[in-house]
Design a binder for this molecule. Structure first.
Ligand code: HEM
Length: 267
């Protein structure tokens, strides 16, 4: 797997490209990033979205939980999602462009899974960029950022209403799911978890099971968003926002009252 030629090794300090010199470590980090945190995030994200099947109030409470991180949220997003994903995508692009040989998990280059892994990686990349622009607050200066965390289901449902958007989402989500599920198999080869042909066959079934479960969650979430009654969802979200405000108002009032009580006790 570590295919650095002897001539390039001898030229180590000199003309050997950085990627080639650190190929083994870069592959391991690339592989690990695909599983944790990027793959783990994809699982959590799709399950959160699928919670809309329980109604806009369930989805809103999940979103509230995430946004309760407040100013820490962008830090968490960059540290655990965007930067690892950019790193994985950059190395993936280098592999696809031929700058680095593939990790050697596949036996021959005509293998359909080998090709699909690369194709779905590229589709997922384009989809994720578009998805971030369309829904994430970072897309706002560029005319996107349609998702409002205080009106989670109604704004997501509105953004996904056009049929073309829904079809593109289905393609993007299924590509990301295939990429992760099949990637689990090649990751097991990369790390030497399954080495015999029989173990690799069993691992293929694991990939299929993960792919079907995650694909169902992804498409279920998408269908759930499209079934949302936007007006009804807005009313639910307004009521939940009012309840949140009341609770935080009460908490603030209690906090203000405590010193007075303390003071009177002290008299
Ligand atoms: C949805 C986000 C993504 C997830 C969860 C993910 C996950 C994974 C996993 C788990 C692997 C297996 C690693 C291994 O074989 O050791 C993998 C492989 C790969 N990924 Fe990703 N990835 C994502 C996005 C991307 C993007 C945006 C690209 C860039 C085009 C990309 C390109 C690749 C390539 C080329 C491989 C195969 C490497 C090889 O077999 O030589 N991935 N990915």
């Amino acid at each position: 797997m570590h295919q650095v030629s002897s001539s390039s090794q001898s030229a180590d300090a000199g003309g050997v490209p950085f990627l080639e010199r650190h190929q083994f470590l870069i592959y391991r980090l690339f592989s690990l990033a695909g599983l944790v945190p990027v793959g783990a995030f994809l699982v959590v994200h799709l399950l959160t979205n699928a919670s809309v099947l329980g109604g806009p109030e369930v989805f809103q409470s999940r979103v509230d939980m995430i946004h309760s991180l407040g100013p820490l949220l962008p830090v968490v997003e960059w540290a655990f999602i965007f930067l690892p994903m950019l790193f994985h995508a950059a190395v993936g692009m280098a592999i696809i462009a031929g700058g680095l040989p593939n990790v050697g998990s596949y036996t021959y280059s005509g293998n359909i899974r080998y090709t699909l892994q690369r194709v779905t990686g590229m589709i997922a990349f384009a989809f994720i960029l578009w998805h971030i622009w369309q829904l994430h607050a970072m897309g706002k200066p560029l005319g996107g950022g349609a998702f409002d965390p205080h009106h989670a289901a109604s704004t997501a449902a509105t953004a996904l209403r056009p049929m073309l958007v829904a079809v593109l989402y289905a393609i993007g989500v299924l590509s990301a799911v295939y990429h992760l599920a099949n990637g689990l198999w090649s990751l097991g080869v990369t790390w030497g978890i399954w080495t015999s042909p029989a173990a690799m066959r069993r691992a293929s079934w694991l990939s299929v099971a993960v792919g079907v479960a995650l694909g169902s969650a992804g498409l279920g979430g998408l269908a759930g968003m499209r079934m949302v009654d936007v007006e009804e969802a807005k009313q639910v979200e307004e009521r939940m926002a009012e309840a949140r405000e009341m609770l935080s108002g009460k908490a603030a009032a209690q906090a203000a009252v405590v010193p007075v009580e303390d003071g009177s006790q002290g008299e």
